[in-house]
Design a protein around this ligand. Structure first.
Ligand code: FRU
Length: 492
């Protein structure tokens, strides 16, 4: 046990960030209003919480370079979820149970208890018998300086569960008990295990909260579990199911039995970049979730960590989204209203009829902007509406609202010479009068929300500032667009 070693490693990490952050800040691919680390690598959101007057975001972090390696917990605070103050690294590897170069302090969550902020995370160690992942605690009075619990680890993998596939504890309190859901792989099938505790330090297994027979993957990373209205929601990122990055299961839950009765499963976002979502409660009661705007799959394919890595950093969070049910009971994820404070240069057009002639649209500087409109499905005769974004220098990203096939596609095959793929989701248009669309474009990302925020796609693209054209084109007929609003988005 070495408190000094953790302090020393935090200092070292701080020096590395300090040395590089000014150069990195000037990187061309840096986002303008999405949450990022000041330097180095970022993946999963960890320990999201509102504590003593501030939102705290922690994140999986390599402070030394823009690639994944030896995980620390980065840390920042905010009053409004838009403007962030970076704080020193909160957790650094320092103990036998978490000091492994290809491991470290893996993902976890936070809870307030008796005025202290507790973090629960996965310690990853390398033993002669192989890699072992265990659940560990750290705590803090001020929410900035953390101390690891002397009795760590507090939880080890149960019999039959692979020791290197037991991680990402998500903690909460209900009545006078603490609960934790943990990701596990049981004979090659992803599962979520439920534990409970009276004191945070002693945990006992309660139930298998949810499992699958392989259709949803061999491991469920970063499970999250929360009440929403009368229901409960379990979210996770499954491994081994292609580009399905994050799923949500909605159902009923009984604390007495620990049984979660899943009624529906669907994807949270159909884009390529939405991974490891974690939610938290705002003081006004909103359930807000955010995710790592990326996924693991592309890395080995490219053997290259991408354009941001070349600038000394990599990774950002998706825009925080408020989770709720639509009037007809579908789960929806709507960007938080706090984002409106970044709007500038508003533009509004009541009705725009688009033909097969490219129609240019003014939207901020064409790089950092917000755009809202509806497609009038009654007056529209077109088979497909195309929206060409980040267009210039012979490159472009296409959003295709295919009204004939009932499909929304984001095609980034010509986006930037680096990004690949066409992401797809179904558009259910039967009986609808209009289709609502909401788009956020930032320096390196596009997030599209449609159908009352139930059908969303997040994708990253790495285009320069000279790719700033925005155009509509209508195929096989005319498209009638109503209430087109655009705004430039200020730097946060
Ligand atoms: C998900 C994940 C987690 C793990 C962390 C390591 O992206 O693989 O399961 O705790 O990243 O950085």
């Amino acid at each position: 046990m070495s408190k000094e070693l953790m302090e020393q490693n935090i200092r070292k990490a701080g020096e590395a960030v300090e040395k590089n952050k000014e150069r990195i800040r000037k990187g061309e691919m840096r986002q303008r209003y999405h949450f990022m680390a000041p330097a180095g690598w970022l993946n999963d959101p960890n320990g999201l919480i509102y504590f003593k007057g501030n939102y705290h975001f922690f994140y999986q972090h390599n402070p030394y370079s823009g690639f994944w390696d030896c995980m620390h917990w980065g840390h920042a605070i905010s009053k409004d979820l838009i403007h962030w103050e970076d704080l020193p690294v909160a957790l650094a590897p320092s103990e036998e149970y978490d000091d492994y170069q290809l491991g470290g302090c893996f993902s976890g969550s936070a809870i307030e208890h008796e005025g202290k902020l507790y973090l629960v995370y996965t310690g990853v160690m390398n033993t002669p018998a192989g890699i072992e992942q265990t659940q560990c605690l750290a705590y803090s009075e001020d929410g900035i300086h953390f101390e690891k619990y002397a009795g760590n680890p507090v939880l080890r993998a149960p019999e039959g569960v692979l020791k290197d596939q037991f991680r990402d504890p998500r903690i909460w309190k209900h009545e006078n008990r603490f609960y934790m859901v943990c990701a596990a792989s049981f004979h090659g099938r992803g599962q979520a295990f439920l534990y409970r505790s009276a004191d945070l330090f002693h945990w006992s297994f309660q139930s298998i909260l949810s499992e699958n027979r392989g259709e949803w993957g061999r491991m469920w990373e970063c499970p999250d579990f929360f009440p929403l209205g009368e229901k409960y929601v379990l979210t996770c990122s499954p491994i081994g199911v292609g580009d399905h990055t994050s799923i949500c299961q909605v159902g009923k839950f009984d604390y007495k039995t620990g049984i979660f009765d899943c009624e529906s499963v669907r994807e949270m976002d159909w884009g390529f970049e939405y991974y490891a979502p974690q939610s938290f409660l705002a003081p006004d009661g909103r359930r807000i979730t955010t995710a790592w705007a990326n996924q693991w799959q592309w890395m080995p394919l490219f053997k290259d960590w991408g354009p941001a890595y070349k600038e000394g950093w990599c990774g950002f969070f998706n825009l925080p989204r408020e989770v709720s049910f639509t009037k007809d009971g579908r789960i929806s994820f709507r960007p938080i209203r706090e984002l409106e404070q970044l709007r500038e240069n508003p533009m509004h057009v009541k009705t725009l009829t688009v033909s097969d002639q490219r129609e240019a649209v003014q939207a901020g500087d064409g790089v950092s902007f917000e755009m809202k409109f509806a497609i009038d499905l009654e007056k529209t005769t077109a088979g497909c509406l195309e929206l060409e974004l980040r267009s210039g220098k012979g490159k472009k990203t296409m959003i295709e609202f295919d009204l004939e096939k009932g499909e929304l596609r984001v095609d980034r095959t010509q986006a930037d010479g680096w990004s690949v793929g066409v992401s797809r989701s179904s558009l259910f248009l039967g009986g609808k009068k209009e289709l609502d669309v909401h788009i956020y474009s930032d320096q390196s990302s596009l997030e599209i929300f449609t159908d009352q925020y139930t059908n969303n796609q997040s994708n990253n693209i790495f285009a320069g500032n000279d790719q700033n054209g925005v155009f509509f084109i209508s195929r096989s007929g005319e498209t009638v667009i109503t209430d087109l609003e655009t705004y430039g988005m200020k730097q946060a």
